[in-house]
Write a protein that binds this ligand. Sequence first.
Ligand SMILES: Cc1ncc(COP(=O)(O)O)c(C=O)c1O
Length: 382
Amino acid sequence: MSAEIDPFHAIAISRLAHSLKAAGRSIIHMEFGQPSTGAPARAIARAHQVLDTDGMGYWESPALKERIARHYLDRYGVTIDPERVILTCGASPAFVLALNCLFAPGARVALARPGYVAYRNSLKALHLEPVELPCGEAERFQITATALERIDPAPDGLILASPANPTGTIIPPAELAAIADLCRRRGIRLVSDEIYHGISYGEPAQSMLQHAPDAFIVNSFSKYFSMAGWRLGWLVVPESHVAAARARMGNLFLTPPSLSQHAGLVAFDCEEELEGHIAVYRRNRALLLEALPGMGLRRIAPPDGAFYIYADIGHLTTDSLSFCARLLEDTGVATAPGVDFDPVEGHRHMRISFAVSEELVEEAVSRLGPWLAARRAEAGLS
Ligand SMILES: Cc1ncc(COP(=O)(O)O)c(C=O)c1O
């Protein structure tokens, strides 16, 4: 029996946004979590150069695997053998590889709700059972060791994301350590999605590898490196699973694009340009956190990292999809409905991605203000 997979509603919003744009409307794209900046200039220059000299066959760059291994040492103080790094076409297939290496059909895998839409759907597609843990404001929308302890019987696996999508919250180091410890004790296999590492506004996020050396780590060039369309990412697997992960990568996906691997290697040395993007996100975040409460959006997840605001709009609607569609049609500001991230509570939330320019965030704020005031008036609120 094939699995039932829910659609990603933000795609419908984006389609509407593009059709409105084609009809001449001014649109601000804040519906997808993708930097609007493009790859670093030197990475692009490298791609131009190799196009003329490289045959672009199937290929895995040994230099890129070594560079990624060095990154774990430099950033987290963790030594890994480059052979434990599997290069993938982004975090999405890395995640499928991790789940398929670790779990047999029917296995139960815990995850936070709200969470990235593809976790739930990839689990379902692989005939695994999502065990969703409702995580509210009190838990900063993240799984805790205490909540995990309560699941009986213990799940087979756990997916963590820190910083998280859609909330941007980071799991503090002591909690990460407690989760790692609990997983060891209860035999729960860990998959840690670290795709938003490098994008944080206070303390940087720790890697789960610092606490659980046998965790599977998913990462990508799509966010910090601003290379979403280059389709490049990686999975770090424990020594025991290298052969299994390679076999799956070879059969399911072969290799990531050669061109992207050449460019990705150079992207690691473009820190100044990439940190410039983080400075923009930091200012955008401050601008929104300053402006939104005055517009009645007071219940906002604290975005420690990533580039999202996840706001409670429950005083204005119980249907986030229609709300986001109307917001887009009336103002040209495209956002993602919370129902993508949380099928239960998401009807009363929306996610705003601020990975755009400061000018666009300012413009979005000026359009949102009067529109939200009108919605408050409609709802009989002052
Ligand atoms: C938390 C999270 N994980 C994974 C992905 C998929 O990223 P990629 O483009 O690397 O496949 C996304 C994309 O938005 C994401 O938000």
